[in-house]
Design a binder for this molecule. Structure first.
Ligand SMILES: [Fe+2]
Ligand SMILES: [Fe+2]
Length: 475
């Protein structure tokens, strides 16, 4: 790689610029599909897209817009999947796939008539049987290279797409529900149950894919992603405990709503970039009680709502009752609340939040949780949780005895071999980074001809330090 990893501010600015660019391209194509070229919306979106496009081409010499799996990359930068851009992103992904386009490279700045021609060709190619070829030829006239999508394992992609959709659907639902609660609207549990049901089904059918999604920690929309991650982790823990499907659904719903009380904490406080004062902490510490009260008001109040209310009230209480809110009576331990406590702590520890705290690596978070066993968290449940996530959880970066660096993407299902997960080799023995597409998946159970293990983990490394994230590789 030519340039060193840009610092956080540069990266954020780059993300914002590229997001803007992709959004404007999608808007231009959508507008051009429904209006004629002289229409005001088309003219405006053409001018906007052209200026952003040419700005980028001027600064980097050329511009690549690429589709990898379900993600859009601009110049090797994976664009974050923000809810506001979801429609445009989904649209572009669909249109690329329809034409089998994998990448478009703009090799030099364009004039507005060149961009208009290209967009017209892009739209036209969607109606032709050899649309890709048409588009490629038209692009070549304006120094735009269009390359075909690599045919990866279609099945795996389909399954991932399905799981990914359920995940983002859940995130988007959480966002909607929180908005409703904030504006005082009543919510009902039916939709939450449906969403949780689909998460449970995915977890039963293929736990790895959905658990892997929890490695996505979105910075801007932390609360929504967090609720879904806690839900997935809690359901998976309940599953490991052998609970019934109905219980799993209750656990999922309760986890979904555990932080619903945060809707009453002022946004400026939740997003405060510096640490809280004592007085601010007192406000934050009320969210379990606020959540409890708001869940009691649910439409059609029934068992699941009651369990959710209880879990919301108790999720920061701690196993030894040392947490908050303070309770004066002797409250029984509640299984769902104790499960939520563990998933909540784990997801919070491994996420970076608005107040720019550095997230812990997954294995560090697990060992901290283990240390808290018996005090803050239930000692038996935490052991099962470690067992579930693995000694080297998904997303851990590990150094192998071959001097390669691996990214754990699948835990070993055999509890006796938790230190032998499946990993993607992301750096070779000479310290050279392996690209996303080329990273080989290896099983640490693999043996060599003498019967010894081919690779073994020496120690874990901090993925943040190396700027490597499982989300980038997973999808
Ligand atoms: Fe909370
Ligand atoms: Fe939480």
């Amino acid at each position: 790689m030519a340039d060193p990893t840009p610092n956080k501010e540069d990266k954020a600015a780059l993300q914002a610029r590229y997001l803007d660019l992709v959004n404007s391209l999608a808007t231009l194509i959508r507008n051009s599909q429904i209006h004629d070229p002289a229409n005001e919306a088309v003219v405006k979106s053409l001018a906007r897209a052209l200026s952003l496009l040419n700005d980028s081409i001027h600064s980097t010499g050329e511009l690549h817009v690429k589709l990898v799996g379900e993600f859009i990359f601009v110049n090797e930068e994976r664009l974050r999947y923000l809810l506001d851009s979801m429609l445009n992103f989904d649209f572009l992904v669909r249109e690329f796939k329809k034409r089998e386009v994998g990448e478009i490279t703009f090799n030099s700045p364009l004039t507005d008539s060149q961009l208009r021609d290209f967009v017209t060709a892009f739209i036209g190619s969607g109606f032709s049987e050899n649309g890709f070829e048409m588009l490629r030829q038209q692009g070549a006239l304006h120094r735009i290279t269009v390359s075909r999508q690599k045919v990866a394992e279609e099945d795996a992609l389909d399954r991932r797409q399905f799981v990914r959709r359920s995940y983002f659907n859940a995130v988007s639902y959480t966002k909607g529900v929180m908005g409703k609660v904030k504006s005082g609207e009543q919510i009902n549990l039916r939709k939450a149950k449906r969403i949780v049901e689909s998460l449970v089904d995915h977890l039963v059918a293929e736990p790895t894919l959905l658990l892997g999604m929890t490695a996505i920690k979105d910075y801007d929309e932390y609360t929504y992603f967090h609720s879904v991650n806690v839900s997935i982790l809690s359901i998976a823990l309940g599953q490991k405990l052998g609970l019934t499907k109905r219980s799993l659904e209750q656990i999922g719903v309760a986890s979904f709503f555990h932080d619903i009380g945060k809707t009453e904490v002022p946004e400026s406080l939740l997003n405060k970039p510096t640490s809280f004062t004592d007085k601010e902490w007192e406000i934050i510490k009320q969210h379990p009680t606020w959540g409890f009260l708001s869940l009691l008001r649910l439409k059609g109040f029934e068992e699941t709502a009651m369990k959710s209310a209880l879990a919301s009230f108790q999720h920061h209480l701690n196993h030894d009752r040392s947490g908050y809110p303070q309770v004066l009576c002797n409250l029984d331990h509640d299984l769902i609340s104790e499960i939520v406590t563990i998933s909540d702590k784990y997801d919070a520890m491994t996420s970076s939040r608005v107040y720019a705290r550095v997230p812990l690596s997954p294995d560090r978070a697990l060992s901290m949780l283990m240390e808290q066993g018996g005090r803050q968290v239930n000692p038996v449940l935490v052991k099962v949780f470690v067992n579930l996530i693995g000694v080297y959880p998904q997303g851990s970066l590990v150094l192998l005895n071959t001097r390669e660096m691996g990214l754990v993407f699948e835990s070993n299902p055999n509890p006796q071999c938790l230190d032998r997960p499946r990993v993607l080799v992301v750096m070779d023995a000479n310290g050279k980074r392996v690209s996303r597409e080329a990273a080989p998946a290896v099983d640490l159970m693999e043996q060599d001809s003498s019967g010894g293990f081919r690779r073994t983990i020496v120690r874990s490394l901090d993925p943040n330090k190396y700027g490597i994230s499982l989300a980038d590789f997973l999808l």
